[in-house]
Design a binder for this molecule. Structure first.
Ligand code: ADP
Length: 499
């Protein structure tokens, strides 16, 4: 006879199953929502045009700069592209002072950023910098620099912007603790360029960069074979993807100017909001409960089932439910005189298990990665990170099974997005490219650290109609790192080429 705990665990695991049929139905819906987003605004998949009209082949050469204003830090780097898929990167990072995050004038923050660029140039490119200062005195171009000596720079700005050109975008609103109302509605590239010019630096803000687009570019440059990558995807705190689309498929009007010669444009899908309507996404009671806890219920519904920010909480909600069941003995102190979990001595009052968002997604990786016969690694992790004292083997087994069910569903959902983009590219069906590899770049802690995440993606890809065993063999998923460094530098290069 199965124990009540085992029976309940099996029932929960079943609810997280995402079958091959589910995968296929979701791929069809993903493709439909992709097309809808290319036609009009205000749809589930935003399908934002990036004005980046090509991906690198690995042969690109030159010295470019990249800066990244993410949240707490400002990163400045220079990237030397060697033209053989390799690069050398030099970078410095500085914390953004709290007072500047809420400065009165936009100028205060952007002047600070320009100062950091100046310091970086003096420290790492002193010769170049000095030479230009001298040249500036002798040459009479607008700011005294010869154009070919000006560093092109990619600016990764991870806040909501309305992009209207490759190096033009207005700030919609601040997030992550920044609040400088003066900057809202202004072009962030122009704000930075103005401050750079005040310091007479030989730097041009050539491109405004989205980190997902950077991932695509970085991977495209470094993947061997020079066929370029078709997709850059992030599975980290959140999830998003950027892919190469034919311009002719982009039906909604584009406001800015761009280079039409390649016939392509990189599209930022913003796929975290795929299927907010829940036409095809699974919706267990715990998914629904999690959604209610978030500040944006009903939005980012795909992301809430796939990414690092949410999976730990999903697991916590399931485990809490299970612990509340009177006939199921999970993490229970059998000697306790009460059934109230909070009054037992098994789990500390301060444990993250009791608090919304108290369980980090990394514990799913620990659970999935523990193959010891008695799950001793996971049991130790439960004790250390969640202060569950001496958990029983059966308890750890249940925890592991549920964590794996959530992780597996996330990977299969990730395959939906990847598979849909691969099918949309038409690469697998193109007779002229029958032997080509289809490169996909991925980044993010989940895909990097969750054991077998990639294997589970492949398993689902093989089940997709139009991909199958043969197609899946041609898809090469590879880690793309440093999208905001080398990726941003590459976008600056592409942008400079189109100037
Ligand atoms: P970001 O997406 O913000 O650039 P990361 O790619 O590092 O950053 O992702 C951070 C997210 O990944 C967090 O939500 C964190 O909970 C989760 N995470 C961190 N370590 C692991 C791990 N070992 N396994 C699974 N998820 C992890």
């Amino acid at each position: 006879m199965a124990s009540p705990l085992l029976a309940e665990t099996q029932s929960i695991v079943k609810q997280f199953e995402f079958t091959d049929d589910d995968v296929n139905k979701s791929v069809r819906e993903f493709l439909r929502q992709m097309d809808e987003g290319l036609e009009k605004d205000g749809t589930s998949l935003s399908q934002i045009p990036t004005y980046v009209t090509g991906v690198p082949t690995g042969k690109e050469k030159g010295l470019y700069m990249a800066v990244d204003l993410g949240g707490t830090n400002f990163r400045v780097c220079s990237v030397k592209l060697n033209g053989d898929t390799t690069f050398n990167i030099t970078s410095d990072k500085v914390a953004v002072p709290k007072e500047l995050m809420v400065a009165k004038k936009a100028e205060d923050l952007f002047a600070f950023l320009a100062q950091q660029i100046k310091k970086f140039l003096e420290k790492h490119h002193g010769d170049h910098f000095e030479a230009h200062i001298r040249r500036r005195m002798t040459v009479s171009s607008p700011d005294g620099y010869k154009d070919e000596h000006v560093f092109r720079m990619g600016f990764t700005f991870s806040f909501p912007v309305q992009q209207v050109g490759i190096n033009k975008g207005t700030l919609i609103r601040w997030t992550k603790g920044f609040d400088i109302p003066d900057a809202v509605g202004k072009d962030v590239c122009a704000l930075l360029q103005t401050e750079i010019d005040k310091l007479h630096l030989p730097v041009k803000v050539a491109a405004l960069v989205n980190d997902t687009v950077g991932t695509l570019m970085a991977h495209s440059y470094s993947s061997p074979g020079s066929q370029g990558s078709i997709l850059g995807a992030i599975f980290g705190t959140g999830t998003n993807g950027a892919y190469l689309e034919k311009l002719s498929n982009l039906k909604k009007p584009l406001v800015g100017e761009y280079d039409t010669s390649t016939g392509d444009m990189v599209i930022n899908t913003e796929w975290g909001s795929f299927d907010n309507q829940l036409n095809v996404l699974p919706n267990t009671p715990w998914d629904a409960a999690l959604d209610k806890e978030t500040p944006n219920p009903g939005f980012q519904m795909y992301e809430k089932r796939v990414s690092g920010m949410f999976l730990g909480e999903l697991l916590r909600l399931v485990i809490n439910d299970l612990m509340k069941k009177p006939d199921v003995s999970l993490f229970r102190d059998e000697n306790s005189s009460t059934n109230d979990r909070r009054s037992t001595t098994d789990i500390a009052e301060t444990s993250g298990i009791w608090k919304a968002w108290g369980v980090d997604t990394s514990i799913l990786s620990h659970a999935a990665g523990d193959h010891t016969p008695k799950l001793s690694v996971l049991r130790e992790t439960l004790q250390e990170t969640l202060q569950i004292s001496a958990p029983a083997f059966e308890d750890a087994q249940a925890f592991k099974a549920i964590a794996e069910a959530i992780g597996r569903r996330a990977a299969r959902l990730a395959a939906v997005a990847i598979g849909a983009v691969v099918l949309k590219s038409g690469r697998l069906a193109d007779p002229e490219r029958a032997d080509d590899t289809v490169n996909v770049g991925v980044d993010g802690s989940l895909v990097e650290n969750y054991p077998y995440f990639e294997d589970m993606i492949y398993e689902a890809l093989r089940a997709i109609e139009g991909i199958g065993e043969e197609g899946a063999k041609r898809i090469r998923i590879g880690l793309a790192q440093d999208g905001s460094g080398v990726g941003a530098a590459l976008i600056a290069l592409v942008a400079a080429g189109a100037e």
